[in-house]
Design a binder for this molecule. Structure first.
Ligand code: FES
Length: 63
């Protein structure tokens, strides 16, 4: 799945960037030597970072 269509960034690349230390959307773009264009992907990338950076088995209370 593509996380950013403008730059052809796949979700796996975002996850890899997170594992290499990227913790923000800007850091993901910089680590992939890209720049945001339309910014439609910002929330998707944020969500991927949160998923990747949360410790395993962390439960988030929805209430
Ligand atoms: S979809 Fe990422 S900048 Fe446009």
């Amino acid at each position: 799945m593509y996380a950013c269509i403008c730059n052809g960034i796949k979700d796996s690349q975002v996850r890899d960037a997170a594992q290499r230390g990227a913790g923000t959307v800007g850091q993901v773009f910089r680590s992939l030597d890209c720049k945001p264009n339309c910014a439609t992907c910002v929330q998707t990338i944020r969500n991927l970072l949160e998923e990747e950076l949360l410790p395993e088995n962390t439960l988030i209370a929805a209430e």
